[in-house]
Design a protein around this ligand. Structure first.
Ligand SMILES: [Zn+2]
Length: 273
């Protein structure tokens, strides 16, 4: 068994039975019509509709469908392949959003995928498009809905990180792949609209965060350039929560098009014994 009940202080094993998940203590969670399960407890959310909005989810998906993130996906696939977790490996994507990345990696590497995100619109969109993966509404910042040391791979792409929980749910020798924006990520957008240029490099900080229980194996980079028209730029602003101020929105709307760099640092770790 892999999943664990999220009812406060329960943590019993959770198993799928037809259209619901049931724990050994008798708590049950319905599977939604589109195929996901909501394991989010009221104490683990700060609003009634936490996480990405429907508009942000659709904007992000439109960008992926237009080729945004393609190079990141290639490098993530290389990182997972190099980790040699094997076909059928149990993999969780923490903060999976609308599921494009996990679905592609699961297909390329033969993973048994679990996608977790706090946004119901994101998980619903993931479930509608990608069958064969367990899509779960849950807060990846809190206790993860998995039993101890049951997973072979954890992914964290542009998300908040939870080293202690990653260590708890991954078995010894399991892989952890973390991607964070690099210093040049969206540099043209930030220069043109936000009046700031290079960002900080977060890779070294991530290595330190996980050092106690994970050995750093490999550090990779994904860099891409994508030409976005006005619609694409609007989607980028929505998907990344940028350009929220009036002055920034006006600067964005004045742009007819922009070629935008994306850059990620990808760190591959192995769970120590
Ligand atoms: Zn329970």
């Amino acid at each position: 068994m892999v999943l664990a009940c999220t009812v406060r202080n329960c943590v019993s094993a959770l198993e799928r039975r037809e259209r619901m998940f049931v724990c050994t203590a008798g708590h049950s969670f319905d599977v939604a019509r589109s195929g996901y399960v909501n394991l989010l407890q009221p104490q683990d959310r700060r609003s009634l509709a936490p996480g990405d909005s429907e508009a942000a989810v659709q904007a992000r998906r439109a960008l992926f469908d237009a080729g945004f993130g393609a190079q990141l996906l290639v490098v993530l696939g290389d990182a997972v392949a190099a980790a040699e977790v094997g076909a059928g490996a149990r993999a969780v994507d923490l903060g999976c959003g609308e599921g494009t990345i996990l679905a592609a990696l699961a297909a390329r590497c033969g993973l048994e995928g679990f996608g977790i995100d706090i946004s119901t619109p994101a998980i619903a969109a993931a479930a509608k498009r990608h069958a064969g993966i367990t899509w779960i509404v849950s807060n990846a910042d809190r206790r993860l809905p998995f039993e101890d040391r049951t997973l072979d791979l954890a992914l964290s792409i542009d998300g908040r990180r939870n080293p202690a929980e990653c260590a708890r749910v991954l078995r010894t020798g399991a892989a952890l792949v973390v991607a964070v924006p690099g210093a040049d990520d969206l540099v043209e957008l930030r220069t043109a609209v936000l009046g700031e240029a290079r960002d900080q490099d977060r890779g070294s900080a991530v290595a330190v965060e996980f050092a106690a229980q994970f050995e750093l194996v490999q550090r990779l980079e994904a860099r891409d350039r994508l030409h976005l028209d006005a619609v694409g730029l609007e989607q980028l602003a929505l998907a990344t929560y940028r350009c929220g101020r009036t002055r920034e929105r006006e600067a964005l709307q004045a742009l007819a098009a922009l070629t935008v760099t994306t850059q990620h640092t990808i760190l591959s770790f192995r769970r120590r014994a």
